[in-house]
Design a protein around this ligand. Sequence first.
Ligand code: FAD
Length: 404
Amino acid sequence: MKIGVIGGGAAGFFAAIHASGPGREVTIFEKSPKLLSKVKVSGGGRCNVTHRPLEISKLVKNYPRGEKFLKKVFAHFKSEDTIEWFENRGVALKVEADGRIFPTTDDSQTIIDALMREAQKLKITILTSVGIKSIHPLEKGFKLETDKSEFKFDILIIASGGHPKTDGYQFLSNLKHTLSAPIPSLFTFNTPGEPLRELMGISMPDGLVKLEGTKLNYRGPILITHWGLSGPAVLKLSAFGAEWLYDHQYRAKAIINWNAEMGEMDYSDHLAKYSLNHPARKVKSHPLFGVPVRLWEHLIEISGIESPQTFNTLSKKQVNKLVQNLFCYILTVNGKTTFKEEFVTAGGITLNEVNPETMESIYYPNLFFAGEVLNIDGITGGFNFQAAWSTAFLAGKSTFKDAL
Ligand SMILES: Cc1cc2nc3c(=O)[nH]c(=O)nc-3n(C[C@H](O)[C@H](O)[C@H](O)COP(=O)(O)OP(=O)(O)OC[C@H]3O[C@@H](n4cnc5c(N)ncnc54)[C@H](O)[C@@H]3O)c2cc1C
């Protein structure tokens, strides 16, 4: 039984490992000279290999695309299984406070070494600098063409990753499968000309960011940068709003509640109480609601509050304005900046053409898909690798089901 795997990344290795067995010849094709190159750079060189175990219904909520599909996949292999797999192979892991899981070495090479060792043990053939140019389904099996030669396989697993441009999927064009166009996900918002940018470096630990004209809103830390707005709440919004933002050419209004614990009435009530208890205090020098001084000064300035004003001198209009700026600060977004630490592409093989119980193509028996080549993407936190491990495990194992 000859099994071909296209892609020497996380999904390709994991699928090849799980497709290996007695009487099987497994070959990985990697077009670049380097193997597992994204694993190497992932998580700032530490590889955030998965996320703290969550119930499947909660785990899938971290995937802007693929939620329903992954519910079925994770029933076969989830975060707990990833942890167990690596720990059984001598990789000690640690969970950080925010749920991200890393090797205790804080070095992605540890993950690479574990995958390489396993591949060697299973005698998987690895061909680097061999890019597949086209795939030809045969009556039985598949023919793969490179620039120089041809290969035939009984079973094929495609784990070629995501690409920011449609060209990257060109080698799949002989197949009937359709592609959701690649679009960026996980980016930060540019806000040219907004005075808020002067407050770069300021962060709020628990804000809420909404996208005007949509139902999308995400909670979490917000960070003001010299080009605009960043932080986990913004990244989540960019991922779940990827299609909407793409369609709107990254022009939008972001509405910020600086302290997600507070509703509009809470801000008003608290301000009224504070004014009663501390009437003579200067507004400017007494920031409230956990707002850092510089941001507070900006908010009171744009609310028309003068520097020397004390709380008892605030007019109703000024209080209302301040509440508005605290609860729904409106920011004009124009453009985006790629988030360098961890980015993924939304788009890829359309999910309803792949069986989520086996990862097999609905068009071609013995053709399987795994990893980011599928229209699946997660937010930051180890979710993208988890999707790669899970789909690859299932694709690899499913190659055993079919008696050819
Ligand atoms: C900088 C960065 C940091 C990241 N950090 C994290 C993190 O910490 N945690 C996390 O969960 N996710 C992270 N991600 C996302 C994660 O790396 C990817 O989701 C994951 O690597 C996808 O694995 P994959 O095997 O499907 O694709 P890839 O890793 O992209 O592997 C696909 C491979 O296929 C090869 N290939 C493509 N076409 C062909 C062809 N025609 N013939 C032969 N070979 C081909 C490619 O060269 C590539 O090596 C990060 C991404 C980036 C870019």
